[in-house]
Design a protein around this ligand. Structure first.
Ligand SMILES: NC(=O)c1ccc[n+]([C@@H]2O[C@H](COP(=O)([O-])OP(=O)(O)OC[C@H]3O[C@@H](n4cnc5c(N)ncnc54)[C@H](OP(=O)(O)O)[C@@H]3O)[C@@H](O)[C@H]2O)c1
Length: 286
């Protein structure tokens, strides 16, 4: 039966290359990246803009879960959030694909406090990735977490960057308005806090196609390029030195590794739609 091929992310070995592909890639290279023709197949096609050498410290399974989540997160936190050393960052949807990347990438950028928003059952998991605290959204709103005893927002708990990987993702949740209240105001030596959504509220989508965003809010889409894929591979292989002088490494989080069978693909997509996957779901083709 023929039909469109789904999936974007992949990791594998270059079998053939087109005439216009330069020396940066050769047949036999172990690579990872994204495909525009569907990746859930034994062979896939990509462009040099979406391919880089696979990190040596990641297995094919780990590398195959990196493209969409880590590229989106890197660009969201670096280009829009502009996370810098000692920042205080909130990651909403912290136990999912982009959220697990968000905790790790924020850490690699030197963020000091990284608060994750997820279900209480995932608290220890999210902390194990580097979150310094967790808000269980089933018990407490992010605003309540930031209130002081007199019921006002505690400025010390406000955020430099809020990375929202949960709004408009299927459960009717919308964190935009509350997030805007929880951003740090501008000071003489620091810019205003930034809200970065990767699937925004209805008014963010409206703004995107009409008047544009306020200076401290963003709804962004991943833009492919090999440099960011190379940078992510470097974070996996070489890591970074944290403020205590300890070397840390990006470690892709795989929720489930499944065989490439009709039954397993159905199981994987059910898990994806449930929004309860802790990291990425990968189909392994031997
Ligand atoms: N703009 C782009 O380029 C781009 C790229 C990639 C993805 N996206 C979009 O980003 C979104 C997230 O993708 P993903 O792959 O990370 O999804 P995912 O893996 O399904 O993430 C689900 C996460 O959302 C959390 N969650 C569920 N309900 C929540 C609620 N009410 N409040 C807070 N958190 C809640 C889950 O927490 P618990 O399980 O702990 O409850 C889990 O951490 C999707 O809408 C996707 O389409 C956009």
């Amino acid at each position: 039966m023929k039909g469109p091929v789904t999936g974007i992310d992949f990791a594998g070995v270059v079998e053939e290359k087109g005439d216009k592909v330069g020396d940066e890639l050769k047949v036999g290279d172990e690579v990872y990246g994204g495909s525009w023709n569907g990746s859930l197949a034994e062979f896939t096609v990509s462009k040099p803009a979406g391919v880089a050498l696979k990190p040596k410290n990641a297995s094919f399974v780990e590398a195959s879960g990196m493209y969409v989540t880590y590229m989106t997160t890197l660009q969201a936190l670096r280009d829009f959030g502009k996370v810098s050393k000692d920042d205080r960052v909130l990651v909403i949807g912290a136990s999912g694909g982009c959220g697990t990347a968000g905790i790790q990438v924020a850490k690699s950028m030197g963020a000091k406090d990284i608060v994750g928003v997820c279900s209480g059952k995932n608290e220890e998991f999210v902390k194990s990735l580097g979150a310094t605290d967790v808000i269980d959204y089933t018990k407490q709103t992010i605003k309540d977490y930031c209130l002081n005893e007199s019921g006002a927002i505690n400025p010390e708990l406000q955020f430099d960057v809020i990375y929202d990987a949960a709004t408009n993702s299927g459960g009717g949740e919308d964190y935009k308005n509350i997030s805007m209240e929880l951003l740090k105001p501008a000071t003489a030596d620091k810019k205003h806090g930034q809200y970065v959504a990767i699937n925004g509220s209805a008014d963010m989508w409206l703004r995107k196609f009409t008047i544009g965003f306020k200076a401290n809010q963003h709804l962004m889409n991943l833009e492919t390029n090999p440099e960011d894929l190379q940078q992510l591979a470097k974070l996996v292989d070489d890591g970074w030195t944290n403020s205590e002088g300890v070397q840390e490494y990006l470690k892709p989080v795989i929720a489930e590794e499944l065989p490439f069978t009709a039954e397993a693909v159905e199981k994987g997509f059910d898990l994806l739609k449930s929004r309860r996957a802790k990291g990425k779901i990968v189909f392994k083709m031997d």
